[in-house]
Design a protein around this ligand. Structure first.
Ligand SMILES: Nc1nc2c(c(=O)[nH]1)N[C@H]1C(S)=C(S)[C@@H](COP(=O)(O)O)O[C@H]1N2
Ligand SMILES: [Mo]
Length: 322
């Protein structure tokens, strides 16, 4: 169980209040009818007790149609997808995010979009919800050789980009995530450089498969899965899919990512899923599908999304640019 630590605000005060505020935010939007014209609409509903291990009663998102870009593979159970996570801001253990991420402070949340754009601006969560929401069922392959299948709800990153009008100098996109020292116990450790930062080449970011997710399994994202907004780049190792994004910068030069800083020889900027390029410390040919303990599935190049994305890398040596 969670033991109380010495925060300025006790966790018992933060947790219910934040959850209440976040829910209120969604309810307000639904009540105001501001979601009526969206592909996704919201109703007040909690998950109920059907799923053991499902501790969060979150706002439901309805009406997001399932995209044809979805996989038809079996979806990972909600309780596994929400209790086996990597989110080092809340600790390095797989169950740490489920235990501690409720302390994330979610309101007010703004995503600042800036840099090489004609119209820099910031987006509140309600602005993001006005973008065309879809359900995308994607495989997510962690560099640690496990995988899941998750029904995300989100919008294509290119929809957001369109609103800020990237200039011709925008060659990369940097994603900066939340760093809340009071609420994120992992920040006391220097295991990674904070804030957790990721990056994509502009054509990767603008690819229709690249989404910003605001929900999963028909609901608002649980904190441990990256609330209120996270990146999902299904053909790359999971660490590229940054959680809890607060800043998006269009830039001219390739940004230095948190994982490259941590281990330049182990984690490349591209990090495309590739069974032919082993990690320095382990092979990548096979993977285990959570909750399976045995790595018995062959890993696919680009995580199986090669038909859509291989052309982005024509002529690039994938062993050198791993
Ligand atoms: N901010 C932040 N985002 C992050 C991470 C993290 O530690 N911090 N871990 C990454 C890793 S290694 C993986 S595999 C995925 C896991 O996403 P999931 O928990 O939703 O499956 O989140 C990625 N996004
Ligand atoms: Mo990962």
């Amino acid at each position: 169980m969670l033991t109380r630590r010495s925060h300025t605000t006790p966790s018992s005060e933060i947790t219910p209040r934040d959850r209440y505020l976040r829910r209120r935010d969604w309810l307000r939007l639904a009540a105001a009818g501001s979601l009526a014209s969206l592909s996704g609409a919201l109703t007040a509903c909690s998950r109920g007790a059907d799923e053991p291990g499902s501790t969060l009663g979150l706002g439901k998102i309805t009406g997001a149609h399932t995209s044809p870009l979805s996989t038809d593979e079996a979806i990972t159970a909600y309780r596994h997808a929400t209790t086996y996570n990597n989110y080092y801001e809340f600790g390095t253990g797989k169950s740490d995010p489920a235990s501690y991420a409720r302390q994330l402070s979610g309101e007010p949340w703004t995503v600042v979009v800036e840099g090489e754009v004609a119209k820099p601006r910031s987006f509140g969560v309600e602005d993001l919800l006005r973008l065309p929401l879809e359900e995308r069922i994607y495989r997510l392959r962690c560099v640690e050789a496990w995988s899941m299948v998750i029904p995300w709800i989100g919008f294509e990153f290119n929809q957001l980009a369109k609103l800020v009008e990237p200039t011709s100098k925008a060659r990369f996109v940097e994603f900066v995530t939340a760093a809340q020292p009071e609420n994120m116990i992992g920040l006391r450790s220097s295991v990674l450089h904070w804030p957790y930062t990721e990056g994509l080449r502009i054509d990767e970011a603008m690819h229709p498969l690249t989404i910003l997710a605001v929900g999963m399994y028909g609901e608002v994202l649980p904190n441990q899965n990256g609330a209120p907004v996270r990146l999902v780049v299904p053909w790359k190792y999971g660490f590229k899919s940054a959680k809890a994004i607060v800043r998006i910068r269009f830039v001219e030069r390739q940004p230095l990512t948190t994982w490259e800083r941590a281990g330049p020889g182990e984690y490349g900027f591209y990090s495309n899923v590739n069974p032919a390029v082993d990690h320095v410390r382990w092979a990548q040919q096979k993977e285990r599908r959570i909750p399976n303990l045995v790595a018995n599935r062959p890993t696919q190049l680009f995580n199986g999304y090669g038909d859509q994305v291989a052309s982005l890398y024509a002529g690039l040596d994938l062993k050198k640019f791993f």
